[in-house]
Design a protein around this ligand. Structure first.
Ligand SMILES: Nc1ncnc2c1ncn2[C@@H]1O[C@H](COP(=O)(O)OP(=O)(O)OP(=O)(O)O)[C@@H](O)[C@H]1O
Ligand SMILES: [Mg+2]
Length: 328
């Protein structure tokens, strides 16, 4: 099966003159999505999910690395070639709905078609049908500021669907929706995926959203550290985890795995062969990086102060942040 999207060794650095300096948001990340495949990206806040999506959809140029959309290297295209490739291939659903404030819902949805030179009447008709399908047909004449967050998000989803994209890049698409609407949107995604063969790359904290995907990639500090199969339980990523060794040979261990091997330190490799790496701790020469061997999962979420109690969850059920390790 052909690839709809491929990225190799993506790096992205946000340059800053501020005291805390540059932020390396992506660190040599590669990913490939086949036509019609649905893939989730899961990971804590700040791990680079939105940056990744913007680079993949050619909204932002990565500092290094290449992106291919539908077999075409986006960094080699001229401005107008890029715009038309994007219009024919990919749609975005952002974390916030990003509607144009001066257009009503209907015209926001119709806008990508009008932009492609289609006639106003059929474009608006198609837009109205999509708004109806998303349950906001009666809000078609509302301006974005008059719509609730959930309504705005549904309008944004309708706008993303109107060009019949082959790939949808979505950043927390159901994050702003109530559970019922969120289920409806998910059902629509499933239908587009199954019946129309639309490929998805979805950033999500939701178990339900992730479970509609064939696989989930776990992002941490700008690198994919692991891949999980379908039906992943986001609250317990360790259950389904396959570790990823990236192109540069870097393995980043998730905190629970790190805990299991006794924390950071120095290791010997008594056995190395294809597909096998045997790590043995250098016992008498422990490096006390953050107190090796005395780490445990934090009992409080550093972002929202959720109390984990005696659960061994990896991601915060309230805010999706990754659960850090602290000294025991
Ligand atoms: N415009 C920017 N300028 C400087 N740094 C940025 C900018 N945007 C993001 N960053 C930094 O890059 C890193 C990755 O940010 P990104 O928004 O991709 O994370 P995320 O995984 O989408 O997080 P969240 O789950 O909170 O949306 C973070 O450290 C963030 O502070
Ligand atoms: Mg984000």
């Amino acid at each position: 099966m052909e690839e709809i999207l491929r990225a190799d060794s993506l790096y992205h650095i946000y340059e800053s003159n501020a005291e805390d300096g540059n932020v390396v948001a992506l660190r040599g990340l590669s990913v490939s999505i086949r036509n019609g495949e649905a893939v989730a990206v899961v990971g804590p806040s700040g791990s680079g999910k939105s940056t990744l999506l913007k680079c993949l959809g050619a909204l932002m140029k990565p500092s290094a690395g290449s992106v291919e959309l539908a077999g075409r290297r986006v960094t080699r295209l001229t401005g107008s070639e890029l715009v038309s490739l994007r219009q024919q291939t990919v749609s975005f659903i952002f974390q916030d709905s990003n509607l144009l404030p001066h257009l009503n819902a209907l015209n926001n949805v119709a806008q990508p078609l009008l932009h492609q030179g289609e006639l106003a009447r059929p474009s608006r008709k198609k837009a109205q049908a999509l708004l109806d399908r998303l349950g906001v047909g009666d809000r078609a004449l509302g301006m974005p500021e008059q719509l609730s967050g959930g309504e705005q998000q549904r309008v944004a989803i309708a706008r993303a669907l109107i060009t019949n994209p082959k790939l949808i890049l979505a950043d927390e698409p159901t994050g702003a929706l109530d559970p019922i609407t969120s289920r409806e949107v998910l059902a629509l995604f499933k239908q587009l995926h199954k019946e129309d063969g639309v490929a998805f790359l979805l950033v999500t904290h939701s178990k339900e959203v992730a479970s509609f995907c064939q696989r989930s990639l776990e992002l941490r500090e700008g690198r994919f550290i692991a891949q999980h199969g379908g039906d992943v339980d986001i609250a317990d990523l360790s259950d389904s985890r396959e570790l990823i060794v990236d192109d540069s040979g870097t393995v980043t261990l998730p905190p629970d795995v790190l805990l299991e091997i006794g924390g950071p330190g120095r290791f010997e490799l008594p056995e190395v062969s294809r597909d096998l790496l045997h790590l043995e701790r250098v016992e008498d020469d422990r490096i006390h990086v953050g107190g090796a061997g005395t780490m445990k999962l934090s009992s409080t979420c550093p972002a929202c102060f959720h109390q984990y109690g005696d659960s061994d969850e990896q991601l915060c059920p309230e805010c999706g942040s990754s659960r850090p390790m602290i000294q025991a």
